[in-house]
Design a protein around this ligand. Structure first.
Ligand code: URA
Length: 242
């Protein structure tokens, strides 16, 4: 993206816009090994090489991330009291507007995607697009084939009827069971409410897939990484953008 250099620095959270102007005029900023003295000069944010006071800075403002969300953090941009998912990423991601795509409850773990592309985020969450999400749920009681049929039929909840969902029983015990559920929508507390509707409290919930992306087995809880090119392309496809 083409952007004025003073704005680029402030967008990255390096400094304020006025500090950026002063720094540029002082000769502290280099683009592709050339000192820039005009704050209004434009640069290419994703490809130009940025140096401030001799230090190379990653200047990309279009970034996309996957996080293995741990329990106990809010999915929110910020919160005055509680830790949020943004606290698990370096500050620059918040500065450039890399935001969670949808939300997971505080006690839910698993795959959470972040992106700077507001249009893609919006499309992926749009109810009409039916982007699949897959969860594993440890629930109270013994899951039965009748539960799978109820999920498949579309459960009637207090304020909406859920679209047909697939429930696979991975383990059925008399105390607790493990189910894998695939939903096509993302309403508030949806999976917990669906299990509640068939008489099972959810004890643990983990998202293992969002659209085309699966939680990698080598990404531990609390860890994150940027999306690979092919993963971003798959997401854009799911969003109907390519
Ligand atoms: N459904 C829920 O009930 N909670 C989540 O965090 C995600 C889906």
């Amino acid at each position: 993206m083409r952007m004025r250099v003073d704005r680029w620095l402030s967008t990255l959270g390096v400094c304020s816009r006025s500090e950026a102007k002063a720094m540029i005029r002082s000769g502290a900023v280099m683009i592709n090994s050339r000192i820039v003295r005009d704050p209004g000069e434009e640069a290419e944010t994703e490809t130009d090489l940025l140096r401030v006071q001799g230090l190379e800075i990653d200047g990309r403002i279009q970034r996309h991330v996957m996080l293995h969300k741990p329990a106990g953090v809010l999915t929110a941009a910020r919160d005055r009291k509680q830790k949020t998912v943004m606290d698990l990423l370096p500050e620059v991601y918040g500065a450039i507007g890399c935001m969670p795509v949808g939300r997971l409850d505080r006690d839910t773990t698993g795959l959470l995607i972040f992106s700077c592309d507001g249009e893609m985020n919006h499309r992926l969450l749009s109810p009409g697009r039916h982007v699949e999400k897959v969860y594993e749920a440890r629930v109270q009681g013994r899951l039965a084939a009748s539960d799978c049929r109820a999920f498949e039929a579309g459960l009637v909840l207090s304020d909406f009827t859920a679209l047909p969902a697939r429930l696979e029983i991975l383990d059925a015990g008399s105390d607790t069971s493990l189910g894998r559920v695939t939903v096509q929508e993302g309403k508030f507390h949806q999976v917990k409410r669906m299990f509640n509707a068939v008489g099972h409290d959810v004890l643990e919930l983990k998202r293992i897939r969002f659209g085309p992306l699966t939680l990698p087995p080598d990404l531990p809880e609390g860890a994150w990484r940027e999306l690979r090119e092919e993963e971003l392309l798959a997401l854009r496809r799911a969003a109907g953008m390519v």
